[in-house]
Design a binder for this molecule. Sequence first.
Ligand code: ATP
Length: 612
Amino acid sequence: MSLLNHRLARPGAYTVLLVIAWFVPYSVGSYEMHILDTALVYAVLAVGQGLVMGIAGQINLAQVAFLGVGAYTTAILTTHNHLGFWAAAVLAVLASALIGLIVGLPALRVQSHYLGIVTLGLSLAFLNWVTNASIAGSGSGIPGIPVPPLGSVDLSSDYLYYYLELVVFTLGLAFGLFVVRTRLGRRLRAMRDDSLAAGSLGASIPVLRMTSFLLAGVYGGVAGVLYAGLIRFVAPETFSTSNMFLLLAMVVIGGRQSLWGCVVGALVLSIVQNELTDLSTYSQLGYGSVVVLMVVFLPTGLAGVPSQLLRLRRHSTGGTSLTLGQFQPYDAAATTSAGEGVLLDLDGVTMRFKGLTALDQVSLTVHEGEIRGIVGPNGSGKTTLFNVISGLYHASGGTVRFGGTRIVGMRPNRLAHLGMARTFQNLRLFRNLTVREHLLTALDRTPTRWAWRYVLWPFGVQHGEKFLRAEAEQLLDRFGLAPFADAIPYSLPYGIQRRVELARAMSAHPRLLLLDEPAAGLNGAEKAQLAEIVGSIRDSGTTVVIIEHDMSLVMSLCGRVTVLAAGQVIADGLPTEVAANPQVIEAYLGRAAQNTPTVEDEPAALGSEEHA
Ligand SMILES: Nc1ncnc2c1ncn2[C@@H]1O[C@H](COP(=O)(O)OP(=O)(O)OP(=O)(O)O)[C@@H](O)[C@H]1O
């Protein structure tokens, strides 16, 4: 299919779906219509749950409570305060958004099942309140919610109400898909897959977590308003934990990482639920079993079936045999000579982990345009040093300056914005992002709080997306990754994964690049390519600090080498000087090394020892 056809296929499919949805009321009876109306409420709710749980990876068991906040606020404001329906609706959505933020606060401290327990607790607190508070009807609920007024359209008709819901649902889904497919969604997905790596690329994790709960609150509030306008009566049972688990079942069965999956799950299960009302005891058991089976055998839900089938087909036809392209060297920067100015300065840095001193008074100066090697035996503190520099660890003592700014205590995302990038010893790629999406995520340099632009200026977001995509294509070409642009990196050979991580780190044109054992797991040819790439990166004006066990690579690439042993700097100088240093030889080889005869032999000797 041509590119043009691809571009047209999606809007075409959406239009067909919309036309079908538009004509549904013409072919169903009033009972079915009411069920469909309820299903659409759940579909809106499920999009919110998909965003917070599937896209952002935050376990949220309070989504049905957000629905309740929206519905109860509408009910209270219209019946007690006699506010107009739409004014009450706006306040209801705001109230639900606020509750979303409050429920999201624990996500700043806890994650995974702990977060699930906390959000469930908050949801139960809401249920308890509506069951007991007199303003909420003290358990018997609030009847008499007025019919939403809409000119001459009579929204007491389930048929006409359906069209109101369809419009709201379509806008809600379109906005959700827009979020998922642009910079905010990529950051949320990157956070879900690896929050530490996402933070190192400049994303503010706390802001992202709160944004995801805010979105969940807004969708919950909108669904609540629709529910109040449809049923015109609210009671606690609708917002019970069993309904929360029904919503979870919808999202898991449909496919939580796909908003379309969440919608399909919500529509199908709402309809099935109504068919099984006489068997409610068994239906709960049925949903539970299906959810368990899905989690075990099809974790991506129904939405993941097409890609699973595609993968199986590729597998059966022998897969693709694409090869990594040639790296296209950077243009040399005007000023790249080492020693022009200090870029990174560590003074007496100490890092203690309870009883263990991993870094002991480490002082180190890296100049602009340098390639500095950091070597040392296993456990000597090299990665800890990188973690301190890049803000993952807060040093117990000493000072780190980057470009003259004191950076101790700064978060990784702030350091990324200052021009620092890194790779990780054990690759930290995003499990569900394509190679292109990795680069797009890293290319995004906007502060995370700019997410408000999605509401106030979505066209600006869309416009910026074009530039990001053009830059990503250039990077894919430069690093020879274009043939794998749409692949998930973990499905690719290790050497390509390493290249993806390097390209991701270079996406932001950093001033300082920290490479943690970039040659680990590479074959000889790949190591030679790596040396060429790192050399070109330095020539482009980026300063490089590289931790490496392959001494021949260190000797050929680095202008200076710093040697760590037991957390202390034991040598610092030209590669040949360091290799001849008796303390270094002792640290690497122990007593046996004392017999090492000549300086010329050292690099090879050190290298071969490390590879053993
Ligand atoms: N988060 C942590 N908590 C406790 N101890 C840690 C932590 N991180 C590192 N250490 C300890 O600090 C010491 C230095 O570890 P580090 O990973 O920095 O060494 P390394 O030189 O990078 O080793 P390798 O070459 O094997 O990667 C080790 O004893 C390690 O167990």
